[in-house]
Design a protein. Structure first.
Length: 429
């Protein structure tokens, strides 16, 4: 009996030992399997966050991917190409206000002036430019000096509001009527432009640090210079010191200094306003050509001429690998000079033009070039105001109004002649 009991106990012990051994084997195998899983996860298999469905550690993983391209090289080593910059510069000629224009803009009931309607028709064209420039021929010296015109010009401040309304950005202020109202007139004209945010060049309230106006237009730096050939013999109304400091009269030394300054300040393009030539002559003279040759050779890219009150020739020039453009006179943009009042002068005193100059700065080379120049001929319409003795004026882009029913046939005939004369003079026919 005792022997059977011992045998039974031994069987139970062996069975227990076998169960323990089997359990131990399973435990060891399971440990190795879990270890392999952990190693597999650490060797590149992502852990998934059940809450978002996004890879844990996405930020670091994306950073690594962004920092390398398909070749495993740093992406930053190949910068994106710099894009070209394209802009349009629009320019017009003489903006003048004669007494009939001033009287036509006056509202007796409000005792105020409104010149803005004069520009309604061309406003969309001027506003479409990236920068628009003009020659302001006259002064805004204040009512105390009496509003007047030829031979001494002084217009209400409201004319500047109209110029701003039309979309102009930069005005040349130096011409043969600059000092009609003496030094005070020069200073006040500049102050009133400053109040309206109109940039200006050519005259100064005192000796400036630089005579050059630089404007950044969408990343293209344009340097504007402005000079006049004449001051109508009024030089003596200012001291020699003030005249030298405040008024830009054509001078080769000063022009060279201005061009050098523009280049030193990394100007991409140099534009010169120049008031020169002979009034009412439709062909430029030898002096104009001599000055133009000098300016272009020194580095001016665009020359915008004024003073003759009629349109003169335009030229494209190439110097080495540089393109330049000259228009010797852009004519009258607005004035009261016309057939009815000046029958002995050429009828083209009614004609003007809006230059549209396409400019490109290469993103690859950084070089700035004149790509194209196109012309929008304009004509100054004048008509007596209903029930009044005064006139109203409109600057009309000719082609937009030739097919319009707004004007009679006699007016359209004058517009057609204006268009033909302008385009022929500019070599477009």
């Amino acid at each position: 009996m005792r022997r059977k009991t011992k045998f039974f106990i031994r069987r139970i012990f062996l069975l227990t030992l076998m169960i323990a051994l089997i359990a131990g084997v399973f435990f060891v195998v399971d440990a190795f399997i879990n270890k392999d899983k952990d190693n597999s996860s650490n060797n590149g298999v992502p852990n998934v966050d059940s809450n978002t469905g996004k890879d844990k550690g996405d930020k670091d993983q994306n950073k690594d991917d962004d920092d390398k391209n398909d070749d495993g090289k740093d992406g930053d080593s190949t910068p994106e190409p710099v894009k070209d910059i394209d802009i349009t510069l629009s320019a017009v000629g003489d903006i003048m206000y004669h007494e009939s224009q001033i009287n036509g803009a006056y509202d007796k009931e409000t005792d105020s002036y409104d010149f803005k309607p004069y520009f309604d028709a061309i406003k969309p064209i001027i506003e479409a430019a990236d920068i628009a420039v003009a020659n302001f021929e006259g002064t805004t010296a204040g009512k105390e000096k009496r509003y007047q015109a030829y031979p001494l010009f002084n217009a209400p401040d409201d004319v500047l509001d109209a110029i701003k309304y039309a979309g102009f950005d930069v005005l040349s202020t130096v011409n043969n009527h600059t000092i009609d109202m003496r030094k005070d007139g020069v200073v006040r004209t500049i102050e009133k432009m400053d109040e309206r945010g109109l940039a200006h060049v050519g005259t100064y309230v005192k000796k400036p640090d630089t005579r050059v106006l630089i404007q950044d237009v969408k990343g293209i730096k344009i340097a504007f210079l402005a000079y006049t050939e004449m001051l109508n013999g009024l030089e003596s109304v200012m001291t020699p010191e003030d005249l030298d400091a405040m008024i830009n009269v054509l001078d080769k030394t000063k022009i060279k200094e201005d061009i050098a300054y523009a280049k030193e300040n990394k100007a991409d393009l140099i534009v010169m306003f120049v008031h020169w030539g002979t009034e009412y002559m439709r062909t430029h003279n030898n002096a104009q050509k001599t000055w133009a040759d000098f300016m272009i050779s020194e580095g001016v890219d665009i020359i915008l001429g004024s003073h003759p009150h009629v349109i003169q020739e335009a030229e494209h020039r190439t110097l080495d690998d540089r393109k330049a453009f000259i228009i010797y006179s852009m004519g009258n943009f607005i004035s009261n000079q016309r057939q009815e009042s000046l029958p002995d002068d050429p009828v083209q005193i009614e004609d003007g033009v809006i230059l549209n100059i396409k400019i490109k700065k290469s993103g690859e080379t950084g070089k700035t070039t004149i790509e194209d120049v196109s012309y929008t001929p304009t004509w100054v319409y004048r008509a007596r105001q209903e029930g009044k003795s005064t006139y109203t004026y409109r600057v009309l882009p000719v082609m937009e109004y030739l097919e319009s029913d707004q004007y009679p046939a006699s007016i359209k005939d004058r517009m057609r002649k204006s268009y033909k004369d302008t385009m022929s003079k500019l070599g477009q026919n």
